[in-house]
Design a protein around this ligand. Structure first.
Ligand code: AHR
Length: 473
């Protein structure tokens, strides 16, 4: 049975789209030494990315490739190392039949001691519709998923034979669940989100619960979509993020929240955020952020993993634009324990928040064109450290690309565009002075003994280390 909606969901372009992506992929895959700290984009042309830190201490990463023809896996001891880690092909689509076309959005899970990789697949051109996408699983019984032997376990069985994709699995209160996107006959959407306990990796132990249907304006732009679900259990709640709308710059993250002691199979126990929680940003030039997963950094701090493009305009079907790059950034939490994803932080080293040790709960932040010590949007407190003069660093607010925190020569700081001049370099370059884990002072280069200081709400450049310590997070 062809899913009529899936035809409109994805107007199919000629295979040349995938061929062009192959050339683009070869040209843009990054090589070279892994950076000491992660920078965005982490991995070019890898979409729908899943990164998780396994109990073996390694990070494992899988994702959709632009050619949609294979399942790949990377492993690294560090998040940054994924950027250049060798990519192993675990499995390629078949030469004919229902798994000979697109291969989408893989996820790797360890279920009852067996490596399972969920993915969505469809038939190749001609005959059936290439968007007759269904969900399958591979299995590997070896300890090492990179070198182990993989085989097809089978197709996921659900109550409907329809467009099925983006499966993820998690354990909650001792029960293993599957969470996925599917089109349900009789509901006029491309996909909704479903949850069910698992009997085996590809058979459900109960009738699925339909957790959400895309109905809000930001969920139905271009296509009526709820997909790419994943769960973050934190602070006594389950935070279920998902992606909505067409996969162009309108693609964004929504959030469902449920108390972790509630019956998660009861849709009414899930509360949907009325607004998207992560959207495109002109200021940082990241568009269509979505299909996320969650991991932790080497310090155990929560990290949002997502894909996004660094340009807005797309020619043709966004599904065949290969430049959805893997990106990561820190997750912070509001006072009520809910996550604050902020905005996509943009290309370059990951930004920090700088909290003066002489003032709890406040940060160095930009308000309008002024730096101050205070509180405000997460984005206003995220400051990127970029290259300064002669190996020093400079401070770039993430929403003001190309602008720097500068000494005005009279003890105050101003925001000034980096025009490449020696003057700006001299006034915006600082030497970090280690003061303990994640604790720094910043000495102005050249002007001996002048430090960035926090004085009440003011930011100043003054002599001495008092008021000059900042905690970086
Ligand atoms: O990237 C291929 C598909 O497009 C993914 O499965 C889905 O999340 C996205 O919209």
């Amino acid at each position: 049975m062809t899913d009529p909606l899936s035809l409109t969901r994805r107007t199919f372009l000629a295979a040349s789209g995938a061929a062009a992506a192959t050339a683009a992929t070869a040209q843009r895959v990054r090589h070279g030494v892994a950076p000491a700290a992660p920078a965005n984009p982490l991995v070019r042309q890898r979409a729908d990315t899943q990164i998780f830190r396994h109990t073996d201490g390694n990070y494992y990463m899988t994702a959709s490739v632009p050619e949609y023809d294979r399942l790949v896996l990377r492993r690294s001891r560090t998040l940054a190392g994924l950027a250049t880690a060798r990519e192993t092909v675990l499995w390629r689509h078949l030469s004919s039949g229902p798994l000979s076309g697109f291969i989408w959005a893989p996820e790797l899970h360890l279920i009852d001691g067996r490596w399972i990789m969920y993915f969505a697949a469809g038939p190749s051109g001609g005959g059936e519709d290439v968007f007759r996408i269904r969900t399958y699983a591979l299995v590997c019984d070896d300890a090492d998923p990179i070198t182990g032997r993989w085989s097809l376990l089978g197709q996921l069985t659900t109550p409907w034979d329809s467009f099925t994709l983006d499966s993820t699995s998690f354990v909650h209160r001792g029960v293993r669940y599957l969470l996925w996107a599917q089109r349900e006959p009789g509901i006029d959407t491309n996909s909704n989100l479903y949850l069910a306990p698992l009997k085996t990796p590809i058979t459900l132990a109960a009738k699925p619960a339909r957790l959400t249907v895309p109905t809000l304006d930001w969920e139905v732009r271009g296509y009526k979509v709820a997909e790419g679900p994943t769960v973050l259990p934190r602070n006594g709640q389950l935070f279920l993020s998902y992606s909505a709308s067409a996969t162009d710059d309108r693609y964004c993250l929504g959030l469902l929240t449920c108390a972790d002691d509630a019956d998660i199979m009861q849709p009414s126990n899930w509360t949907k955020s009325p607004k998207p929680v992560f959207v495109s940003s002109e200021a940082t030039s990241v568009y269509g952020p979505g299909h996320n997963s969650f991991t932790v950094d080497e310090h155990g701090r929560d990290v949002l993993v997502y894909h996004g493009r660094d340009y807005k305009a797309i020619k043709g079907d966004p599904l065949f634009d290969p430049n959805r790059d893997t990106r990561i950034q820190r997750i912070y939490y509001n006072a009520d324990g809910t996550p604050d994803f902020g905005i996509p932080v943009g290309n370059g080293p990951l930004p920090y928040r700088m909290a003066p040790t002489n003032r709890s709960g406040a940060f160095l932040r930009l308000r309008g064109d002024r730096f101050e010590i205070g509180t405000g949007s997460l984005a206003s407190t995220q400051i990127r450290q970029v290259a300064g003069k002669g190996g020093s660093i400079a401070f770039e607010p993430i929403e003001r690309r190309g602008e720097r925190l500068c000494h005005d020569g009279a003890g105050r700081v101003v925001l000034a565009r980096d025009d490449g001049s020696a003057g700006i370099a001299a006034r915006s370059s600082f030497v970090p002075v280690e003061q303990g884990r994640d604790r720094r002072a910043f000495r102005l280069v050249g002007a001996g003994g002048l430090y960035l200081q926090a004085a009440g709400d003011e930011v100043r450049i003054a002599r001495g280390l008092q008021d000059a310590s900042f905690m970086l997070s």
